[in-house]
Each structure stands twice: as structure tokens, then as C-alpha cells.
Design a binder for this molecule. Structure first.
Ligand SMILES: *[C@@H]1O[C@H](CO)[C@@H](O)[C@H](O)[C@H]1NC(C)=O
Ligand SMILES: *[C@@H]1O[C@H](CO)[C@@H](O)[C@H](O)[C@H]1NC(C)=O
Ligand SMILES: *[C@@H]1O[C@H](CO)[C@@H](O)[C@H](O)[C@H]1NC(C)=O
Ligand SMILES: *[C@@H]1O[C@H](CO)[C@@H](O)[C@H](O)[C@H]1NC(C)=O
Ligand SMILES: *[C@@H]1O[C@H](CO)[C@@H](O)[C@H](O)[C@H]1NC(C)=O
Ligand SMILES: *[C@@H]1O[C@H](CO)[C@@H](O)[C@H](O)[C@H]1NC(C)=O
Ligand SMILES: *[C@@H]1O[C@H](CO)[C@@H](O)[C@H](O)[C@H]1NC(C)=O
Length: 418
């Protein structure tokens, strides 16, 4: 494996055949054994911390010598949190490595932004807490609660949408790994906005500013492209099938954190899809709900060839194609870019869920391994016809399989009824 590690998760070009895809997948998976840098396990998973942070010693890539890492004072990296939701939020920040921000938990009114900084080797996560009752230094929250503290010392309670960062990842520690994770569930729409440094300002904004919006009321009208957190020169590729009225049902019924009452419950069966769900409808991940080895990829299932997508994961991937939905996701959920620049986490971002990795995964892989934005990449980033040539909504592989299973079932049923 090369010095600048290839991202273990990258989607092959959409034109590639299935056989090639499987071969490429096998190669990717074997390379993953050597550099398991970005498998996002749920926070309850025994190897969660280990896997997310594992990486090589701090070596200078030129002469192989150990290098001193800069401190936060020498090289502060912006970590900005913005609340674009209609209600007050209480963001939480958990630091797993490096120097954390000025605050690890605070109140943020609707429309407010809080500017903080972290050290250049920071690794950690940011999430939103809702419906908190705050007094003195305690905060008791309906979602995202961190053991009742206002300033969090540990991760938040599930279900939460997470923004995860490892600012100094990869073999050379000169790559930033980040993702939006639904592995611990979903509570709020979340977007990540890159604030480039002088030496990274040529990274196209539509390569990096990922968003996951799966709450009714926050979706822009369906469109293949848009300009939220980018501009008309670099149109953002969007998931284009979800609507504000349709998206409320994505969470499998039993995984809703607060299951609504069904009319006539217990007396006669009532179809779940006919029950109106609340707008704020946090969804537990399959792992968070069942804690089973099969859903959490633990024990015998701690293997990408064995641990499969659950109904939750399939559903989550449809509404948020750029987000992680289970530990061994479809090789399409981690963003890796050269280090430098800062990060903004936006709750309830404008626009729609992005479809960046399916569109520019190949270019992002090349950027991660080569470290430079080529003229060709920038051209493709500005090419609307190219964006429109990529499917705007993609059923994950499991859906295709169940589609096939459905056809088989219909055929078999048809034959039996003859
Ligand atoms: C916070 O950071 C943003 C983006 O870097 C900047 O535009 C804004 O002026 C900063 N706000 C404060 C209060 O420093
Ligand atoms: C809880 O928080 C959510 C998200 O901020 C909000 O939509 C909802 O109205 C709150 N519920 C109550 C009862 O305050
Ligand atoms: C607030 O909490 C701190 C630490 O728990 C405690 O020392 C302090 O006395 C409390 N203040 C009030 C006003 O309760
Ligand atoms: C949809 O995208 C097209 C092309 O990018 C743009 O011209 C149009 O204004 C967009 N529509 C909306 C509602 O944003
Ligand atoms: C769009 O943003 C890029 C950098 O992010 C900038 O170079 C370019 O001038 C912008 N284009 C327009 C039309 O604003
Ligand atoms: C940009 O500069 C920062 C600070 O000197 C450095 O850590 C980072 O590796 C540089 N990034 C690139 C892509 O050269
Ligand atoms: C834009 O992309 C389309 C489809 O991939 C391609 O046919 C076309 O040549 C590209 N245009 C430019 C200017 O690169």
C-alpha cells in the first residue's frame, strides 16, 4: 500500500460492471486489513475507539523521522458550530484525541454560531442535544444527553446524528478523515461545511460539504443540484427523490425513539404507514435498538463479509447517501482530504441530502492518494451534465437484491397458482 493511503471506502465508477465491482471490492477489503482507518463502529462497540483512531506512528514521509506535532496554540484549526434549526440546541463535543475545543457542550440558540478552535491532530465528534433542561452545570436532554452534564465528558446517548473528524489521519497524518454517521441513529439534520486554508482553497466545495437531511420541513424541492454551501460554479449533487411529505416514514416503525400511539392499538391491526408521525422523530439505529452482534458487527459479525445491512441501514442510505449507516457501510461513507482548513457543523442545513461520494468518489480517492486537486477534477466539479449523468437516488445493493427476491417470489407464486 502506498504512503498516502488509498481511502478504504471509495465507490468505483458507476460504469463498472458487477464482476469488476466485486473484484475491486475484494481488493479494497484486503487493503483495509492493512489500514483499517475509517470503519465507523457505533459508540457502544468494543473496538469503536480503537478502529477509528488506529494509525501509523508519526513519521516524516520524506526522511522517515518522527515529527513533532504542532500544538493548538501554534496551529489552531477552526471548529464552528451553527444552529440553523428553529429551536435552541445544546451541541456536544467529544474529544478522542488531540486538543479539544474551548467548550465540550453549550447552549446554542436558533440562528446562532459558535466559533471555537481545536488542535491540528484533534479527533472527535459533534452532535446536537435537544429539549434540554439546564441548571448550573447540568443538562438533562431528551436526545443526545451526555450523562446529565452541560459540558460533555463522553459521547451522547443514542439516537444521535454525528459529525466525526480525525484531522490527522492516514499513514502520514496529513489527511483529514470525516463523515456524517447514522451508526448511532438519527436525531437532527446535519451538514459539514469546509473552511479551506490558504493551501487547500482549490478543493471544490461540492467535493466536501456533505449534508444529511431526513426530517420533514427541511428539504429543498427535489433537484439534482443546488447551491447551498457552494455556488453556481460548483453545483452540489443532491439525492433527488425525497420530499418533505414523504420523508417522515424512512425510519422503520419499531426503531422510532418515541413511537406514536396507533389508533385502535391492541384491538385490530393498523398499518404503520397510516399513522402520522411527529416532525421531530428520532430514529434508533438497528444496533442501538437491538444491541445484537448481527446489527452491531460484533463477535462473529465483526467482519465486512459477514455483517450485512439491516433494514435501518438500507433506509438510512436512501435518505442520506453520503452518511454512514452501519459499521461496514457500502464503501461510500468516509471523506478523506489533505489536512489544513477548518470545519463547521451545521444543524438543520439548507438544501438537501448530498450525493457527493457516488458522484465524485473516484476524484476524492485520487485527491486522498495524490494530495492534489488536478485541473481535470475542478472541471468535472463544475460540469452539471456530469452530475446529472450520475443516478441522483440510489437504492443500496440490498434493495436491488430484495427487488430480485420479489420478482422471484412473484414468479414462484405465479407458478404455484397454475
Ligand atoms: C466566526 O467564524 C466565521 C467563519 O470563519 C466568521 O465569518 C465570523 O466572523 C466569526 N464570528 C466571530 C464572532 O468571531
Ligand atoms: C424537542 O426538540 C425538537 C428539536 O429541537 C423540537 O422540534 C421539539 O419541538 C421539542 N419538543 C418539545 C416538547 O419541546
Ligand atoms: C454549580 O455546580 C458546581 C459544581 O457542581 C458547584 O460547585 C456550585 O456550587 C454550583 N452552583 C450553584 C449555584 O448551585
Ligand atoms: C434546480 O437546479 C437547476 C440547475 O442547477 C437550477 O437552475 C434550478 O434553479 C434549481 N431549482 C431549484 C428549485 O433550486
Ligand atoms: C465559487 O466558489 C469558488 C471557491 O469556493 C470561487 O473560486 C468562485 O469564484 C465562486 N464562483 C462564483 C460564481 O461565485
Ligand atoms: C497546509 O498547511 C498546514 C499548516 O502548515 C499543513 O498542516 C497542511 O499539511 C498543509 N496542507 C497541504 C495540503 O499542503
Ligand atoms: C461534462 O460531462 C459530460 C458527461 O460526463 C461530458 O460528456 C462532457 O464532455 C463534459 N464537459 C466538459 C466541458 O468537460
Amino acid at each position: 500500500m502506498s504512503r498516502n493511503s488509498e481511502p478504504p471506502h471509495s465507490r468505483m465508477g458507476s460504469s463498472s460492471g458487477r464482476g469488476f465491482h466485486h473484484l475491486a471490492l475484494a481488493l479494497l477489503l484486503s487493503s483495509q486489513i492493512q489500514c483499517a482507518l475509517s470503519v465507523i463502529f457505533p459508540s457502544t462497540h468494543s473496538s469503536y475507539k480503537f478502529d477509528y483512531l488506529r494509525r501509523s506512528p508519526r513519521l516524516d514521509p520524506i526522511n522517515g523521522e518522527a515529527k513533532r506535532t504542532l500544538s493548538k496554540r501554534e496551529n489552531p484549526i477552526p471548529l464552528i458550530v451553527t444552529n440553523n434549526c428553529g429551536d435552541t440546541l445544546w451541541p456536544g463535543v467529544a474529544t478522542q484525541d488531540g486538543e479539544g475545543p474551548e467548550s465540550s457542550g453549550f447552549e446554542l440558540a436558533s440562528g446562532e454560531t459558535r466559533n471555537m478552535t481545536v488542535g491540528p491532530t484533534w479527533a472527535g465528534r459533534v452532535w446536537g442535544r435537544t429539549n434540554c433542561t439546564v441548571s448550573n452545570e447540568t443538562a438533562t436532554c431528551v436526545t443526545g444527553d451526555c450523562f446529565g452534564l452541560l459540558e460533555c465528558e463522553y459521547s451522547g446517548a443514542v439516537p444521535v446524528t454525528l459529525a466525526e473528524f480525525n484531522l490527522a489521519g492516514g499513514d502520514t497524518r496529513r489527511q483529514t478523515f470525516y463523515d456524517i454517521s447514522l451508526v448511532d441513529g438519527y436525531n437532527l439534520p446535519l451538514g459539514i461545511v469546509y473552511h479551506p486554508a490558504a493551501n487547500t482553497s482549490n478543493i471544490p466545495p461540492n467535493f466536501v460539504n456533505a449534508a444529511c437531511i431526513a426530517t420533514p420541513g427541511y428539504l429543498m424541492a427535489p433537484n439534482r443540484t443546488g447551491i447551498a454551501y457552494t455556488n453556481s460554479s460548483f453545483p452540489m449533487p443532491y439525492e433527488d427523490s425525497q420530499t418533505n411529505s414523504g420523508i417522515s416514514n424512512w425510519c422503520p416503525w419499531d426503531l422510532q425513539a418515541f413511537i406514536p400511539d396507533k389508533p385502535g392499538d391492541g384491538i385490530y391491526p393498523y398499518p404503520d404507514d397510516n399513522v402520522e408521525r411527529p416532525v421531530f422523530d428520532p430514529c434508533k439505529s438497528a444496533c442501538a435498538a437491538s444491541n445484537s452482534a448481527a446489527d452491531c458487527c460484533t463477535g462473529d459479525y465483526n467482519d465486512p463479509n459477514v455483517c450485512k445491512r439491516s433494514e435501518y441501514s438500507e433506509s438510512a442510505k436512501v435518505v442520506c447517501p453520503d452518511a454512514y449507516s452501519f459499521a461496514y457501510d457500502d464503501q461510500t461513507s468516509t471523506f478523506i482530504i489533505p489536512s489544513g482548513g477548518g470545519w463547521e457543523v451545521v444543524f438543520c442545513p439548507a438544501g438537501r441530502s448530498t450525493n457527493i461520494l457516488a458522484t465524485y468518489g473516484t476524484q476524492l480517492s485520487a485527491l486522498a492518494s495524490g494530495g492534489v486537486v488536478t485541473e481535470e477534477m475542478r472541471k468535472l466539479a463544475m460540469n452539471v451534465s456530469y452530475i446529472e449523468s450520475v443516478p441522483g437516488s440510489s437504492a443500496p445493493p440490498g434493495h436491488r437484491v430484495s427487488g430480485l427476491a420479489l420478482v422471484v417470489t412473484i414468479v414462484v407464486t405465479g407458478l404455484l397458482s397454475l
